[in-house]
Design a protein around this ligand. Structure first.
Ligand code: ADP
Length: 193
């Protein structure tokens, strides 16, 4: 079975998590943030250690363990009744994050829309990530070098995923608006699906 899916896409700091959480609070939607799934691991478990190693360098965790972890997470959420694929739209944030992951997930996802949160000014993203570092205790936001490497990783590895899904599914939203205005645009897209 393929999961009906909306992909939230955009650079680190573009607000995928903020928008995903709001959508996921509505009946009929289930939000899954891959970064949060990683952060919920015990940091002294084997995969937790791999996550700390890669994320603190601003790099992506290798694809196979990432997809495996994601599949386990979804299976557990289905078993516990939090996610019901027959009725819920899956709102994915942070996955797939490169072409290989998009290919590996091809048999599991029926992607209905890619909502691309755009930001023309990378310095704005840097500022947002630095602000987040103060509020949430995140290793990968902790210093400027790591933040810049994350933005480079995004440009090099993640952005090509947009072409993978193609123009017909793509919806752009200006992520530099106030979060409430971003939400208005996102809701309008989702409403029409
Ligand atoms: P952000 O989008 O702000 O970078 P996330 O919470 O989505 O934050 O991700 C934090 C880190 O977790 C990433 O920098 C990466 O190391 C790891 N990560 C998250 N999702 C994936 C993924 N799909 N594939 C590989 N690594 C991932």
């Amino acid at each position: 079975m393929k999961f009906q899916t909306i992909l939230l896409f955009g650079a680190p700091g573009s607000g995928k998590g903020t928008q995903g959480k709001v959508l996921g609070a509505l009946p009929g939607f289930f939000h899954c943030s891959c970064g949060e799934v990683f952060r919920s691991l015990k940091m002294d478990s084997p995969l937790g250690r791999v996550f700390v190693e890669y994320s603190s360098r601003g790099e992506l965790v290798p694809d196979e363990p990432t997809i495996e972890l994601w599949r386990q997470f979804i299976t557990n959420c289905r078993k516990s009744g939090q996610y019901d694929p027959a009725n819920d739209m899956l709102v994915l944030d942070g996955i797939p994050r490169n072409l290989r992951q998009a290919e590996l997930l091809q048999d599991s996802l029926d992607v209905r829309a890619v909502i691309y949160l755009t930001c023309a000014d990378p310095e704005k993203l840097v500022q947002r990530l630095q602000r987040r570092a103060l509020k949430e205790n995140r290793l990968d936001d902790a210093n400027l070098d790591t933040i810049r490497r994350r933005l480079e990783t995004y440009e090099r590895e993640s952005r090509p995923v947009l072409d993978f899904y193609g123009r017909d599914l793509l919806h752009e939203v200006d992520a530099t608006q106030r979060p409430i205005d971003v939400l208005r645009d996102v809701v309008e897209i989702v409403r029409q699906l």
